[in-house]
Ligand binder design. Sequence first.
Ligand code: FRU
Length: 469
Amino acid sequence: MTLASRLPAILQAVMKGQPNALRDKHYPQWHHAPVTGLMNDPNGFIWFAGRWHLFYQWNPLAADHKYKCWGHWSSADLVQWRHEPLALMPDREYDRNGCYSGSAVGVEGRLTLCYTGNVKFEDGSRTAWQCLAVENSAGGFDKAGPILPLPEGYSGHVRDPKVWQHEGVWYMVLGAQDLHKQGKVLLFSSPNLHDWENRGEIAGSGVHGLTDAGYMWECPDLFPLDGKHVLLCCPQGLARQDERFLNVYPAAYLVGDFDYASAAFSHGELTELDAGFEFYAPQTAQSPDGRRLLVGWMGVPDGEEMLQPTREQGWIHQMTCLRELTLKNGKLYQNPIAELASLREEERRWQGQAGQAPALNGKRLELQINTTGDFSIDFGGGLTLEVTDRGIVLERPSLASGEPLFRYWHGTVASLQILCDSSSVEIFINRGEGVMSSRYFPHPSERLSFSGESAVTLRYWSLRSCMIE
Ligand code: FRU
């Protein structure tokens, strides 16, 4: 059964909302953000038939999590993106409470979306259907309906299919919660995308040496990288550790060996993927030249998200920049994709004592710093970064209480690559060994000012604005 179409209301929301978002001084100039309403997870990230596609969880009707569609952008070069027709709306019984996250694959020349149809019941319970939708000639997607009901032994929280093909067989990982409230990643396989066999739990709380690893794992992504397999996941309910896993929900990864025949993943310890204030639900895709690229949501569910000031302008959240993943000594490295260098305007350099460095306009900025000593940077009064011999401390006021909040990265800092947009910063440490992604709301100006006596070498560029067309 088809539910009443919300398309007229969505069109009106976009017509009324987009001008306000674009006028907002906090609206990103070169990152992905919703034209109005709320955007969260990246979905369906794929290179297909000569173009990149990036879909996203989108509530166009309000800056809250109530109504989830899939928005759609595409690009030839990963830099200049364009809007595509709205891909999915929750308009069927089996997805009536949201077209939740998922992935995209190419099947017989057509882009095919694999997503979760979320269904909530009046008694507070829910179920989830894994569903398909196939691209049509108008650039939209025709729903093909559910292909997998809730597997036995799990609660209604089973979602976020990441699908790929290996040696002619389709595989799907799903985030799940079992009936004992333990978070898991499930693996399924299929000859045809329609008939799925449950291959068991490949990771999670109580699996392969992990104990107490949370009550629900969201957004898994399993892929080969530099001779190993990496599983990205978002384990909800993980205990906070000393200066690690401090966000309400973290994004993490496991590195190990995956065996298709036995569906077994032997892996090392769960490691935080990004040490900043905002990073969640990342998804990867492989580029035609073999690189593994990642994009994440620069947001975290719950916590203080609803207090972000941009909601007053009718929009909230942005994506991270696109990143390339590599593995070094069992550790995941993230670096901005090489294509982003095309945003750079004129290069400038400066060398001297940090405290003497010129203030920089942080609205659209790439800043590379080499240093061996302590210094700090104030980001427009909204966030400070302090480099010490222990690592990095980010400090920002709570949007609820004004109290200072902190995030940490431990290690010896030799170099930083800092990418700024109107209200975000991504800090790449030691050529991708660590990353800290954070939103911040500068006031009254976006100036970056340095302090400290250590010698620093700066290279920096203003970045050109690159809005989605
Ligand atoms: C992660 C998540 C997913 C879900 C989607 C709904 O942020 O909770 O598990 O599919 O968001 O928008």
